[in-house]
Design a protein. Structure first.
Length: 420
């Protein structure tokens, strides 16, 4: 009771005012604190959303890098050191050439000799601020081997100082072996298309000339034949017509044969036959066509050799080889021979003492329409047909020759020996 009296005696309006002021200030601070807390909560929520977004962006960023098989890196222009931030390049050879913190000069030594200096100079220019962007395609060598892979890089200046000098350079690299393979395939396809066009032109030019020559003879001699009354002269004209008819048929047969073999339309007709008898039949056909002073020889290891293969193709190859030998031999001899080569192969050759073939042309004679002597009749398809047919039999046709010494064409093919 005493305390109440004391309070009542000391209470005044000023005291009430101070108390209410303090209470109002406390209430105001409390309200401000509540608003501040709500604002802080909103900011925190926003920052959490940003953090989630950044995290999601990083995942998407890495996914893109992985999908595109890229590496990202940066260069310190002052030290010229390269540091890799991410590397998702395809390492088919399981080898990563670059290391973090390696200098540009050291990295460029890992490149193909013709590319290293060029790439180093391009990176040096962007580090010095002489260029804004960098883009190079180069080959990276794999140590302890002669292999390399292709890589493409881009870079740009990410940060500069107040003087405009580069402070940071960022870049990306990607292996482009697949793209290079595709480019090479396109170049090869283009080359084949151009070569095909060239061969088509050569084919038309050669065939028009080669067909026209015997055709003109046939038409010409046939037109004068009714006016010839003497039997001997008439027979001469008939022989010439027959000879040119055979030439024309051979040209057409060559074209048809090589086309069928390459297209796979002509199947092998396997049969058993005596090789020596078959060769003698062909030799008898070409012996009368030898030039005066040229001798036909044979060199058969066995008087009889039964082989199992495509007889028609063997005959066609020997005819072409023998025809060329007879055509280009003016003196000496033409020799046909064969021998057993191993247990399952036969080696057959046609040797002549003709004009021979220069070393530069010894492989080219097997190309279509190639002729060593343009003045000698022929379509330039014979040897090409021989090699194509030999390959179809699992064999080969090769040549050894010296100018003015003669040539030896060798035809080797597999066979199965048959017991007699």
């Amino acid at each position: 009771m005493t305390s109440l009296f004391l309070y009542a005696s000391q209470h005044s309006e000023l005291t009430d005012y101070i108390i209410w002021t303090v209470l109002l200030l406390i209430l105001l601070i409390f309200i401000v604190f509540i608003f501040w807390q709500r604002k802080a909560g909103r900011e925190l929520s926003y920052e959490l959303k940003l953090l989630e977004k950044v995290k999601k962006s990083n995942i998407e960023y890495e996914f893109v890098l992985k999908a595109m098989k890229l590496s990202t890196w940066h260069i310190d222009p002052e030290t010229m050191n390269v540091t890799y931030d991410n590397d998702f390049r395809d390492k088919g050879d399981l080898w990563k050439p670059e290391e973090d913190g390696s200098g540009l000069k050291a990295s460029s030594t890992l490149l193909y000799e013709q590319d290293g200096e060029r790439v180093f100079e391009a990176l040096k220019k962007i580090c010095e601020g002489l260029t804004e962007e960098y883009h190079e395609i180069y080959r990276v060598m794999i140590p302890n081997s002669n292999k390399f892979y292709w890589e493409e890089s881009y870079a740009t200046i990410a940060e500069r100082n107040v003087e405009g000098k580069p402070l940071k350079i960022v870049g990306t690299s990607m292996r482009i072996d697949d793209r290079k393979d595709m480019e090479n395939a396109l170049v090869e396809a283009r080359y084949k298309a151009e070569e095909s066009d060239r061969l088509k032109t050569a084919f038309l030019a050669n065939m028009s000339h080669e067909i026209r020559t015997p055709l003109n003879a046939i038409v010409g001699f046939t037109s004068v034949l009714p006016d010839v009354t003497e039997a001997e002269e008439r027979q001469t004209l008939l022989d010439l017509i027959h000879e040119n008819t055979q030439k024309l048929l051979r040209i057409v047969d060559d074209v048809v044969s090589i086309s069928k073999v390459e297209a796979g339309k002509e199947e092998l007709m396997i049969s058993t036959f005596d090789l020596s008898i078959t060769l003698r039949e062909i030799i008898d056909q070409y012996t009368p066509k030898l030039k005066p002073g040229v001798e036909m020889k044979t060199n058969f290891q066995d008087q009889s050799l039964m082989v199992v293969t495509d007889k028609n193709r063997v005959q066609e190859i020997v005819r072409h080889l023998l025809s060329n030998a007879v055509k280009f031999t003016d003196h000496g001899h033409v020799e046909v021979g064969f021998e057993q080569h191993g247990s399952e192969h036969v080696r057959l050759w046609v040797e002549d003492t003709g004009k021979g073939i220069s070393p530069d042309n010894q492989e080219r004679v097997f190309e279509r329409f190639f002729k060593v002597d343009e003045f000698v009749p022929g379509a330039g398809l014979g040897l090409s047909t021989c090699r194509t047919m030999a390959y179809s039999l699992g064999g080969s046709v090769t040549v050894q020759s010296e100018l003015d010494e003669g040539s030896t064409f060798t035809f080797e093919f597999p066979q199965q020996k048959v017991a007699m």
